[in-house]
Design a protein around this ligand. Sequence first.
Ligand code: ZN
Length: 145
Amino acid sequence: MLHYKDSKEYFIQRVILAQGQVIDLVCFNENESVDSVIEEIMTELQRKKIELQTCPLCKSSLVYPVERYQMNDMEWKVLMLCPNCLCKRELVVDRETVRELLKNARLGRESIMKELDNMQKKNMEEEADKFITALQKDHILPIDF
Ligand SMILES: [Zn+2]
């Protein structure tokens, strides 16, 4: 234990977060709940993550990375594109964040594809229904084929 002039003791608590980030917390009070501090950090990280994927102009949350470039061991430059208003912005993030952004973009794309697929199927069903109704009503002439 080290002592400051004002005799306040402190200790360093190393916290390793789920995503591999290492944070050294300087605690001045041993009774201070480290858990609540970690919770605060996690909330902050979560907020930042949401911020990364939110368009600053139109507030769309569908912003995704279109280009990425490794600057050094720790940092990546990513070009984020908003599919809604097409605004682009460059961000410098760590490797884990790049990975996360790509994963989210893939999940987003998959859900869009699924949606499109469903819409297509639904349209086809509707078209088929119309076709059947027309057939039943005898509205289809040989010229339609
Ligand atoms: Zn936008």
